[in-house]
Design a protein around this ligand. Structure first.
Ligand code: NDP
Ligand code: HSE
Length: 427
């Protein structure tokens, strides 16, 4: 029986676990695929790096990833390096040459997925990327296959484990953002440079991938409205609690009419919402579809072994397709829906203002909301001598109207500061 020959690009956190699973599950994988998988090369940056007791022949290591991809005896290329270049060059080369590709590279897919999909069509090859969103959770295949008979209306997700750990810690202990980030760093959840996670870039890339699949429309990372969690304060978390809410970094992709909106930002959600109980570094994605109703996907969204599980699932799928002489359906972008700018998106808002505590202040503040057509749902005031904190929750309003309201409030001399503006979702 001819083996299916696999080239592995990258052997770090995810790659080492891919190697381990390929070795440990070899007999079962052979039975499931109908042919053995053979690892024929491993491209890394530092071939002499200590890699523990990894079950791989050291002679397979190379620094020439492109050379490995071009080898005639390679059937499947597995990319777990990350970044845009040189990964894009390697994968385009592989796909155009008819080699199936399995990748966990969310950054590349969200930046330039169409180029990869086009190369897959040119080479009549498979492109699978289950591990790129929400680690081990089977999510992209259900969107790409199981739900293809339905119309998805909304995808709401917690797709970044680091920020979910930080916000959960703030909620549980009352800690501030910096303190919770320090804890996440010590425990190994946050990277030395946490920017991609805490500023929402990682979640925005995943949101673009999810929205593209859910709405049959090309959505790139640049189309995603993005805010991170660095401005979320202990006071915001306490205020959310007082409202029966918790704060999560949400990815929200919604279809209304012939447009989609895709955004990533912190939001208050009721504690009764299914996503509110997703704690620690777990991920969860809530999918709403016309016929299916509400579906929830939950599990570990990162880590070497969980992510490698998703990679191996894809390897089995592409290997089976090769043996059967078929390939999976191409990119589905036929709907080509308009991307709705954030200003047109409507939601509810929680605004916290530091104001002077004297006659007419509340009326002046309420007047600014009224002038911009933003309807107030609740107001709560707590006094501090001559100063007060006003917490206002609005009914649904367009983001542009709320932004104009906040800009005008900042200009009032009775408003000392706009302490925070948070969206309220899930009601
Ligand atoms: P790591 O940084 O741990 O590993 C990267 C690997 O790529 C290393 O083996 C490195 O070599 C190799 N590499 C880097 N540059 C080159 C190059 N120019 N040529 C050849 N090899 C190179 O990354 P992760 O394993 O954490 O992530 C890999 C991918 O998986 C990324 O796209 C990431 O977004 C994605 N992902 C990661 C998850 C996780 O939990 N870690 C979860 C979901 C997705 P060397 O070992 O010599 O340094
Ligand atoms: N940094 C990411 C997270 C890893 O915290 O979820 C998984 O993509």
């Amino acid at each position: 029986m001819d083996p299916v020959r696999v080239a592995l690009l990258g052997c770090g956190t995810v790659g080492t676990e891919v190697v381990r699973l390929l070795h440990e599950q070899a007999a079962d994988l052979t039975a499931r695929i109908g042919a053995p998988l053979q690892l024929v090369g491993v491209a890394v940056r530092r071939p002499t790096r200590e890699r523990g007791d990894l079950p791989v022949d050291p002679a397979l290591f190379t620094t020439d990833a492109l050379g490995l991809v071009k080898r005639e005896d390679v059937d499947v290329v597995v990319e777990v390096v990350g970044g845009i270049e040189p990964s894009r060059t390697w994968l385009v080369e592989a796909l155009r040459a008819g080699k199936s590709v399995v990748t966990a590279n969310k950054a590349l897919l969200a930046e330039d997925g169409p180029t990869l999909h086009a190369a897959a069509v040119d080479g009549h090859a498979d492109l699978y990327y289950e591990a790129s969103v929400a680690g081990a959770i089977p999510l992209l295949r259900p969107l790409r296959e199981s739900l293809h008979g339905d119309r998805i209306t909304r995808v709401t997700g917690i797709v970044n484990g680091t920020t979910n750990f930080i916000l959960s810690a703030m909620d549980e202990s009352g800690a501030g953002f910096s303190e919770a980030l320090d804890e996440a760093t010590v425990l190994g959840y946050a990277e030395a440079d946490p920017t991609a996670d805490v500023e929402g870039f990682d979640a925005a890339a995943k949101a673009a991938i999810l929205a593209s699949l859910a709405f049959h429309t090309r959505v790139r990372a640049a189309d995603v409205y993005r805010e991170g969690i660095t401005e979320v304060s202990a006071a915001d978390v306490a205020s959310a609690k007082a409202m029966g809410c918790t704060i999560k970094l949400l990815c929200l992709a919604e279809r209304s009419g012939d447009a989609v909106s895709v955004r990533v930002h912190p939001a208050m959600i009721p504690r009764t919402h299914p996503l509110a109980s997703v704690g620690d570094a777990f991920n969860a994605v809530f999918v709403e579809a016309q016929a299916a109703g509400q579906l929830m996907f939950y599990g570990p969204g990162a880590g070497g072994a969980p992510t490698a599980s998703a990679v191996l699932g894809d390897i089995v799928a592409v290997a089976r397709n090769r043996l059967a002489g078929v390939r999976a359906a191409s990119e589905s972008a036929y709907a080509d829906l308009r991307i709705r700018p954030i200003g047109e998106v409507t939601t509810r808002y929680h605004i916290s203002l530091d104001v002077a505590d004297r006659a007419g202040v509340l009326a002046a503040v309420a007047g600014v909301f009224a002038d911009h057509g933003v309807s107030i749902a609740t107001v709560h005031q707590s006094g501090r001598g001559n100063e007060a904190v006003l917490v206002i929750v609005t009914h649904r309003a367009p983001d542009a109207a709320l932004a104009a309201t906040v800009a005008e409030l900042r200009g009032l001399d009775i408003v000392r500061s706009v302490a925070s503006v948070l969206r309220v979702e899930g009601e």
